[in-house]
Design a protein around this ligand. Structure first.
Ligand code: ARG
Length: 471
């Protein structure tokens, strides 16, 4: 603990409310229970909440309006001083609430002692968290839409960049790079939707729930809610101080977002290998090896994949913290912020880093096109060709499979056989010269015009929708 004199009551941060105790806590005990290192990031939200609360106390006549005005004015000053660095947050205070109340009381005396009228740190912390999340979550959402926008830019330039689509990590059917990137965009769009949905439930003011049972003073909860831009007030005071659903829900959203990034990173790692060589990461977003001079490693993708586990850990920590708690407030709840903030910070930095990494990468179109050749990725198209000629699909599947089997024996791709070779391999003379139009990889992708499919015109529709979403 610092020996430095605290701004609060001559160094005794607990003096604001420890009147019941004859003895002060040991330094080690204080260090154990303190949360200011974690909750001071909500300092400005805490002040914003206190200004709204004080102003309501004045307007309802619970405290004299001049004193309410003095409190609000001083708090506004404190906010500026914190922002400009003039006032340093004293980390010997227990939490951000006691620090700010202490500074206010130091400066205003009795008027400062009135700010906490009809309020508890239990509803105060719930308010601070909600206020903080109401601006922090949109920042993350913006980072996600920036990533979608970067991916759409790449997709737009690669509508005709052919690549193999994979199932079971085996070449399956030709698609385009644009189609593949838009698939990732769809997941990110759903991630945004989940954040929006969680924000709706956060948008209720907890202020006035008090320690757990509201207040006997004539507080006007609706007034502070309106002042703080909440759409309403929470319905039950016990639930309000005991609830951390929103932290868990958001951390679950962050976890799912990280799952998507992690999977995408797995592809980036694979695609950077000599074996694939689909992608060439910029040197800025790659790292070297301390021993192997030739190496250019996709460490950023690996780190994002690795950090995903930490976010899952935060989610499990929150769920576990919550599962045994009776109503209403319990101090266990203080542990929520570390997990929530770590998950949030990790998700935000990963989205941003991924965006830089992917938008500066170069795409190897030749290698991607080559992945459509040699794996019989057009076998379904041969079967579809026969279906168009009236053959039942199950029979056509067997016929195309026979062509593949013969092709493997003869080391020949379907499209490289002559018409008579192909007829013989397939065992069907329904096959005519127009088949080669159908089994050319580019034509295979183009032929898939179902909504959501890889045909350029269909991917263009998706891109249009995605652009609309970003706006
Ligand atoms: N720091 C606490 C939290 O984050 C808020 C203070 C409530 N403390 C208390 N002993 N009731 O939940």
């Amino acid at each position: 603990m610092s020996e430095k004199k605290s701004a609060i009551d001559g160094g005794n941060h607990a003096a604001l409310w420890h009147g019941r105790f004859a003895e002060g806590p040991d330094a080690e005990a204080v260090a154990f229970e303190t949360s200011i290192h974690v909750d001071s990031r909500m300092a400005l939200d805490d002040i914003r909440g206190s200004i709204a609360h004080a102003s309501m106390l004045g307007k309802t006549g619970i405290i004299p309006s001049e004193e309410a005005d003095a409190i609000s004015a001083e708090l506004a000053k404190i906010a500026v001083e914190i922002k400009t660095g003039k006032l340093e947050i004293d980390t010997s205070a227990e939490d951000i609430h006691s620090f700010i109340e202490g500074v206010l009381t130091d400066r205003l005396g009795d008027a400062g002692r009135k700010v906490h009228t009809g309020r508890s740190r239990n509803d105060q912390i719930a308010l601070d968290e909600r206020l903080y999340l109401k601006h922090a979550v949109p920042d993350l959402r913006k980072a996600i839409t920036d990533l979608i926008s970067a991916l759409v830019d790449i997709a737009e330039k690669n509508l005709d960049t052919l690549m193999s689509g994979y199932t079971h990590m085996q070449r399956a059917q030709p698609v385009s790079l644009a189609h593949h990137l838009c698939a990732w965009c769809q997941m990110l769009v759903r991630d945004c939707g989940r954040l929006d949905d969680a924000l709706k439930r956060i948008d209720l003011s907890p202020l006035g729930a008090g320690a757990l049972a509201g207040s006997g003073l004539p507080l006007n909860r609706e007034m502070t809610a309106k002042d703080l831009d909440f759409s309403g007030v929470t319905a039950n005071s016990l639930d309000t101080v005991a609830d951390r659903d929103y932290c868990i829900e958001l951390t679950a959203c962050f976890s799912l977002l990280m799952t998507h990034l992690s999977r995408f990173c797995e592809e980036v790692v694979l695609w950077s290998t000599e074996e694939f060589k689909f992608i060439d990461l910029s040197e800025k977003w790659s790292t070297g090896s301390s021993i192997m001079p030739q190496k250019k490693n996709p460490d950023f993708a690996e780190l994002i994949r690795g950090r995903t586990g930490r976010v899952y850990g935060n989610l499990i920590a929150l769920l576990t913290m919550m599962k045994g708690l009776p109503l209403s407030y319990n101090r266990d709840l203080q542990e929520d912020k570390q997990s929530l903030f770590e998950a949030y910070d990790t998700a935000l930095s990963c989205v941003r880093i991924f965006t830089y990494m992917i938008s500066t990468a170069r795409w190897n179109k030749d290698r991607m096109a080559a992945s459509c050749v040699g794996g019989y990725a057009n076998a379904t198209d041969l079967a579809d060709y026969l279906v168009r000629k009236g053959m039942p699909f199950r029979t056509a599947h067997a016929v195309a499979a026979s062509a593949v089997r013969k092709g493997i024996e003869k080391h020949k791709n379907l499209e490289d056989m002559s018409l008579s070779e192909l007829r013989e391999a397939a065992g069907s003379d329904l096959i005519c010269n127009d088949v080669f139009e159908r089994i050319d990889p580019r034509k295979c992708a183009e032929a898939r015009r179902t909504t959501g499919g890889p045909a350029a015109e269909k991917v263009k529709e998706q891109i249009l929708e995605l652009r609309r979403f970003i706006k």
